[in-house]
Design a protein. Sequence first.
Length: 379
Amino acid sequence: MKYTISKEADKVIEIDMQIIKNIILKEIKPLAIVLFGGFGHEEGSFKRQRKKVLPLNDYDLYLIMKNKISDEKLELLGEKCSRALGRGGLEIVERYDEKYDENKFFHVDLHCIEYRKLRNPYPTQRTYDLKTSSVLWGNERILNIIPKVEISKSDALRMLFNKLDHFLIAEENSQILKSIYAVKGFTDSCSALLIYYREYVSGYQERINKLENLKEIPKEYIGLAKKATKAKLYNGYNIENIDNFFIKSKRWVEWTLKKILKEHLKINSEDWRKICKEMYKKLPYIYFNDYLKNKYLFLGQYYLNIKFFLTGLRKKEFLIKSLTRWRDSGLIIAIALMLYSFGEKKEAEKYLKKLTNNTSSLKERILKLYSIYYLQKLV
């Protein structure tokens, strides 16, 4: 099976896949095991280290099941797979205050989807990419029942929120992590633009071709996105002058986020405080419509606040204020993250106080609350 652009790397990854499959099949009985992400689309990242191939980031897999498996069981199973590969199995978004190491933070990320839900999935980028992913074990045609979906424009925003969180984690971390997130800033902002303008495709190389055909996209940005894509596929995220490339990546993610928000919410301002004020007023009414499949069910997002509160308890955070409002806590944290990232720290603190009275230190609190929300794996 092909996982990367390198036959040498593919041989190493094939051994890893056999180990993972054996562990999963001893523990549970899935209908199929699907390799997702870059490795599941023949575009996984790797580097050569001491004449050996080292796969990078994570292995992202879906277990297609008759019945749902708990997140806790999936997490334990993923950790067991990581250990069997001799990798650390940690998640940097959760351990944001630790120094990044390519081995320590490489993990096997397991997701579960019930077979019956394949016919009526959420309109997300994950659904779109899942349909074209690689079946490692089970019925090779099982993904054919997934319908073609039109990805929600909210997914474009979600991707960009995640990039801001990653930048905040990486800015005082290792050069390796800076390089990875600088590259992903370009590849994911490219994906966000293509999702928003209904031109998204699963392949990284194909996305660059689509990006070049979009109107009003600066040539400088396209050139940098090409450079980032090449680094991801061929160079193990290695970039010359990492600090400079990291700054450029942050700037272009900001440009992309502002472009989409202004157009999506019909905002006529360049001021991030005004943009975020309009975002707080308008976005919760429409952000979940495509997922809930009804524009009148926006109050259903309160369920997410209950989940957020319960997840917080497991992380020793008593986020009771999240239960006093109907707006999704994740969107409020995203606004605080945006404002902090773009230099509006006092304004960021005002929004974060809607969820917690503890805002010291502000950066740490934003990262902590975002990690709690992010790790719920809602979509």
